[in-house]
Write a protein that binds this ligand. Sequence first.
Ligand SMILES: [Ca+2]
Length: 201
Amino acid sequence: MSRIVKTVLCLAAALLLIFPCAALAQEIETIETIVTVVAAPEQTKAERPPCFPDPADNFIPLPDAENLAQGKPVLSGAHTDVYVDKNVNDGKTDTYWESKGFPAEITFDLQGSFSVSTVAVCLNPSSIWEPRVQEIAVAVSLDGESFTEVSPAEKYQFDAATGNRVRIDFEPTEAAYVKVIFTMNSSSRTGGAQAAEICVY
Ligand SMILES: [Ca+2]
C-alpha cells in the first residue's frame, strides 16, 4: 500500500472519529438545554394518591376505647401446636391462638369489674388468611364461675377486605370475666377456633 493511500485512510479514520464526537457533544448540549431540574418532594411520610383509597377505610371499625382484655390473664382448653392462648391478647395480629377442636372456650380475667358492651375477634389482616366463617357466642361473669350469655352463638364472616375481624355488640353489662365460645370454623385448614386478638370494650 502506498504512502499516499495510507495517509488518505488515516485521514478518513480521523474524520470518522472526530465528527461523531462533535455530533454527540452537540446532542449533549441540546439535552442540557431542555432538562428542567425539580426539587424532590418531601418524603418524610407515606402519601396515598386520591385515586388509591386506603383499604383500611373498609375495615370494620372498633370502639375508640381501651381494650380491657389486652395483657390480662387468659384461660382456655387445649390448643393446637404452638398457638397458645396467651397469643390472643398480646396486642399483635401476627400471633394467634388456635384451639384443638370444638367447642372452644377462652376466658379473660379483666382484673376488675367493668361495663362491657363489645367483643372484637380479629384474625391476621393479611389476605393470605382466606375468608371464613366462625360461630361465636359471648358470656360474662362477675365471679368467674357463674356466666350469663350476652350474645348467643352466631356465624360471623371474616374477610381480609373488612380487616379480617368481626365485632360483637351487646347490651352494656357489668363483667369481671368475659368468656368467648367458638363452635365452628369453616376454614378447611384447621379443626379448631382461631383468633389473632380478642378485644373487650
Ligand atoms: Ca396476637
